[in-house]
Design a protein around this ligand. Structure first.
Ligand SMILES: Cc1cc2nc3c(=O)[nH]c(=O)nc-3n(C[C@H](O)[C@H](O)[C@H](O)COP(=O)(O)OP(=O)(O)OC[C@H]3O[C@@H](n4cnc5c(N)ncnc54)[C@H](O)[C@@H]3O)c2cc1C
Length: 390
């Protein structure tokens, strides 16, 4: 049995960046992955993700978002790989949309450059969205799409260059902490490390039962849709439309200028943010069907009429939701030797490098200067206690 300083379980978005961070700091690292990195049954495939900084979800993410974007840029330079495409991000909604108001608040609080647009300006600059649903827009130019499969491959290449070991097609079955660290039982045998980082995405609750009450895995459908006529629209930003009344947002990501000829990413991608379709990740999600795609196309038709032509491809993907939509980051309740990031709730890719660094700090130093305290699972126990006291 080999003994490592750190074992990272799961080489998706967070795990690949945690492995990179720990191995570049000189730790003896092993990465375990039950399939291959960015495989199509997890949460990090599908060619593109949105990155942005004026964050409506919670303004406290902004320092982490800035840190993560700098790390993506650093990895681009290190590996000569293009990971980010700054096409801008346009948030749309009614005048008092909470998505828009919170983004403006986050931008003000953290000195981020955004533009607050009325419907005339939206129609002039982004004519595809000339829709009654888009009364107001918030545009962040220093934002856009990130390429998930490439980013994960680049992070792993960087980790390997720094000496990390990998075991693919190897599932961690259980973790057992003792006074010497953690024993990890895998399908192929046993490994041992001083600390373990769990970055297992949709499978986290199977490995860390203490998080089971807080995590729900849902099926998402992403579709690549050709416009009604012509090729992919030029100059189109990533976008998200908040329909209001607590209904889920619809969002889109433009064609990737670097997409290969046969990739669906040569056309824009459209999806809803969130669903109530529960999934066991070991059984997998049912493939996309007309019941998914017809309503999606109809909603796209309302949001961006000239763009809603025909679906050229579609795929499922998993969200791992926390009860409040914010991540869970910290150390195990039972032992300081296990730390985790979980419940990324459908918005975690852009933050993966920052989460990887925070987990590496927790594993190697026992604490981190990155501001992740607001993501502690303790907030959920406190919320439960408060609701019982009421
Ligand atoms: C359709 C869709 C669109 C999205 N859009 C955006 C977006 O625009 N912007 C954004 O920021 N985020 C977005 N997200 C969310 C983001 O992609 C996820 O939050 C993020 O990729 C999750 O990363 P992860 O590392 O937690 O999980 P994953 O990347 O899935 O990695 C977990 C890995 O752990 C492995 N694993 C699990 N258990 C074990 C085990 N026991 N042993 C070994 N390996 C194990 C899995 O095989 C998997 O590879 C989107 C998600 C989806 C599904």
């Amino acid at each position: 049995m080999s003994v490592f300083d750190v074992i990272v379980v799961g080489l998706g978005a967070v795990g690949s960046f945690a492995l990179r961070a720990a191995s570049r700091r000189g730790a003896r690292c092993l990465g375990l992955e039950l399939d291959t990195p960015a495989h199509a049954r997890g949460s990090s495939h599908g060619h593109c993700r949105i990155f942005r900084h004026a964050y409506f979800e919670h303004a406290d993410y902004v320092p982490l978002l800035r840190h993560a974007t700098r790390r993506f840029e650093e990895l681009e330079r290190e590996t000569s790989t293009s990971l980010l495409h700054r096409c801008g991000v346009l948030l749309l909604g009614h005048r008092e949309s909470t998505v828009l108001l919170r983004s403006l608040d986050a931008a003000r609080a953290h000195g981020l450059q955004v533009e607050d647009l009325d419907s005339r300006e939206i129609a002039r600059r982004f004519p595809w969205f000339a829709s009654p649903l888009a009364e107001r827009g918030v545009f962040e130019a220093d934002a856009g799409l990130v390429r998930p499969e490439r980013a994960i491959a680049a992070a792993i290449a960087s980790a390997r260059e720094a000496g990390a070991h990998l075991r693919l097609s190897t599932r961690a079955i259980s973790l057992h902490a003792d006074d010497r660290g953690v024993e990890v039982t895998t399908e192929q045998g046993t490994e041992r490390a001083t600390t373990v980082i769990v970055a297992a995405g949709a499978w986290t609750a199977k490995l860390l039962p203490e998080l089971r009450p807080h995590l729900t895995v849902t099926r998402q459908v992403q579709a690549w849709i050709a416009p009604r006529s012509g090729g992919p629209p030029v100059g189109m930003p990533c976008w998200l439309l908040d329909p209001g009344d607590g209904r889920r947002s619809l969002y889109g990501i433009p064609a990737d200028p670097l997409a290969e000829a046969h990739s669906p990413a040569r056309m824009p991608k459209v999806a809803w943010h969130g669903s109530s379709d529960l999934v066991d990740p070991d059984l997998g999600a049912l493939p996309p069907c007309a019941a998914d795609l017809d309503p999606l196309l109809a909603a796209y038709q309302q949001a961006a009429p000239p763009l809603a032509g025909s679906v050229i491809d579609a795929a499922t993907c998993l969200y791992t939701m926390s009860p409040d939509g914010d991540f869970l980051v910290g150390r195990s309740r039972d032992t300081d030797s296990i730390c985790y990031a979980a419940g990324l709730s459908g918005h975690g890719f852009k933050l993966a490098p920052a989460l990887g660094d925070a987990l590496c700090d927790l594993a190697l130093l026992g604490g981190t200067n990155l501001p992740v305290d607001f993501l502690s699972a303790a907030r959920l126990s406190q919320a439960n206690k408060d609701s019982l006291d009421d």
